[in-house]
Write a protein that binds this ligand. Structure first.
Ligand code: XMP
Length: 510
């Protein structure tokens, strides 16, 4: 494998993803990881990421010179490149001007990473400091107008420094450069593929679980569904999945999940569907405060799951659909520790009687989870499902939740999704849904006065769900959705499109 050493830059997970796109397995570690630990991992290559600091300042993240003397190829990106030069005797300065965005770059003929690629191209720059003098033994291999040393290499020692960001798609042939490093320079075979991952994971799960029992809370989301599929292939009926239908799912979603994982589906497992709709509606009656609604929905899930877990009795393993970004973001992998605030199953382990947690997707990025899902034969509509919050439609109905309002928003949302798919936009928009405002207004339909609800349509594009922009949906598509919702959904006489970005808005409504 290749390891990515994280110096706190914003693109670090992207670096790892690009490496994996080259069919090479890699993991992210903090720059605080000791040299002995790195040696013990015996990586075939090391990539140093960007970061927000100035490498020549005393308390900036750094790494000892030994790292470059292990005989393992090293690629430094941005801060990583500057650090490599600084540690090995070159010079890094803070110039008058930085360089940001798409930049024209010229490579020399002997650039190893640019082999067989155009000598003039576009790269993505995002730096203030720059390399002023390459370290001894290095030759300069690229330059831009404002950055005379945009790349350098020491071929005999297999050390490569790149000031720009090949991991960002705006860099032309960036992935190819990473390919040249991991496959050509490091000599990685390129055997990290989803079919082999699935096969190996099945073996691993069997070895770990033996004849033990595994319990999984299946939400119908991508991660828990793929975890269920994988575990089922490995251990069949030793797996029990509990799927709680809280009555706040999208239209027909409960049945879709049951069709795939239930007794008539293609997976061998014990499937328990709990129809808890009415319980939730009763608990939510009269409640309008958003945080209180969230709390009730979360707690009720624990109650229901607890009751089921008691019926099942002690299990050996509790399975969770944790994926690699969760691991990295909770500070366990890399350096950029943004702790996720949303978690559906926080607290679960407290009341289930189990010995150990099993997380079969712990090393996968989202797109890899999807590929594994397809490999396992999970239907595409489930595998490419957009994110759906744990509290479900409960936070897409402003104010009190009632069965009647759930029905309205389910129908409106189904129409919206259908038309977005008809327009071929379903895979290009990050997240989109209909919500029910708590507002009623006067309208006229036929010759009748109406006094009905207003539906809000939301669609956003986002990279990380921390910030988002409203998506540009063609006006005719919006118009069609509006007219269908008003004609087909009883109780709605007005449709709004939400233009708010995040911040200041959030993606959900409550
Ligand atoms: P917000 O509304 O916070 O949403 O901008 C950001 C992303 O998180 C999802 N979301 C949740 N996911 N439990 C979840 O599992 C929650 O309580 C929750 N609240 C928001 C939201 O759908 C969006 O993708």
């Amino acid at each position: 494998k290749v390891i990515v050493i994280d110096f706190g830059g914003q693109y670090n997970q992207l670096v790892a993803r690009r490496v994996r796109e080259c069919n090479v397995y890699c993991e992210i570690y903090s720059y605080r990881t000791g040299i002995e630990e790195i040696k013990a991992m015996a990586p075939k290559g090391i990539i140093l990421t960007g970061g927000p600091n100035s490498c020549y300042e005393e308390d900036s993240p750094t790494y000892s010179k030994e790292l470059f003397e292990l005989g393992i190829p090293v690629l430094g990106l941005c801060y990583g490149a500057q650090l490599m030069m600084h540690v090995l005797g070159g010079k890094v300065i803070t110039p008058e001007v930085g360089e940001y965005g798409k930049t024209e770059i010229n490579f020399t003929d002997n650039s190893v990473l640019q082999k067989d690629l155009p000598k003039k191209s576009i790269c993505w720059m995002s730096h203030f400091d720059r390399i002023a003098e390459a370290a001894p033994g290095f030759e300069v291999t690229a330059s831009t107008a404002d950055c005379p040393i945009a790349a350098a290499q020491n071929v005999s020692k297999n050390l490569y420094a790149i000031q720009f960001h090949p991991e960002v798609l705006h860099t032309e042939n960036g992935t190819k450069m990473i390919y040249n490093f991991v496959r050509e320079v490091c000599g990685c075979a390129g055997t990290w593929r989803m079919d082999s991952f699935v096969k190996e994971s099945i073996e691993e799960i069997r070895n770990k679980v033996g004849d033990g029992k595994v319990l999984l809370a299946l939400s119908g989301g991508v991660d828990s569904s793929v975890a269920a599929g994988l575990l089922s292939r490995a251990i069949g009926k030793q797996l029990t999945c509990v799927f709680v239908d809280h009555g706040l799912l999208r239209k027909d979603e409960g049945d879709e999940v049951e069709n795939v994982f239930g007794p008539n589906g293609q997976f061998d497992l014990n499937f328990i569907r709990v129809n808890a709709q009415q319980r939730y509606y009763d608990k939510l009656a009269g409640v309008t405060e958003p945080e209180q609604k969230r709390k009730i929905i979360g707690e009720e899930f624990i109650r229901v799951f607890e009751e089921e877990a008691k019926k099942i009795g002690a299990v050996d393993f509790l399975a969770q659909g944790t994926i690699y970004p969760d691991v990295v973001e909770s500070g366990l992998g890399g350096e950029s520790a943004v702790i996720k605030s949303h978690h559906n199953v926080g607290g679960l382990p407290d009341f289930v009687d189990f010995k150990e947690i099993i997380e079969p997707l712990r090393n996968l990025f989202k797109d890899e989870v999807r590929k594994a899902g397809l490999e396992l034969g999970i239907p595409e509509n489930l595998v490419f499902r957009q994110p759906f919050p744990g509290p479900g439609l409960g936070i897409r109905i402003i104010g009190e939740v009632t069965a009647e309002k759930v029905k309205i928003v389910q129908e409106a949302d189904a129409i919206y999704r259908e038309e977005i798919a008809n327009a071929g936009l379903d895979r290009s928009i990050g997240q989109y849904f209909a919500a029910l405002t708590n507002m009623r207004s006067v309208g006229v339909m036929g010759d009748e006065r109406t006094y009905d609800y207003a539906v809000a349509l939301r669609a956003v594009n986002t990279v990380d769900f921390m910030t988002a922009d409203s998506a540009e949906i063609p006006y005719d598509v919006l118009q069609k959705v509006m007219s269908r919702i008003i004609n087909e959904v009883k109780g709605v006489n007005r449709v709004f499109y939400d233009l708010t970005s995040k911040p200041p808005g959030t993606i959900e409504f409550e």
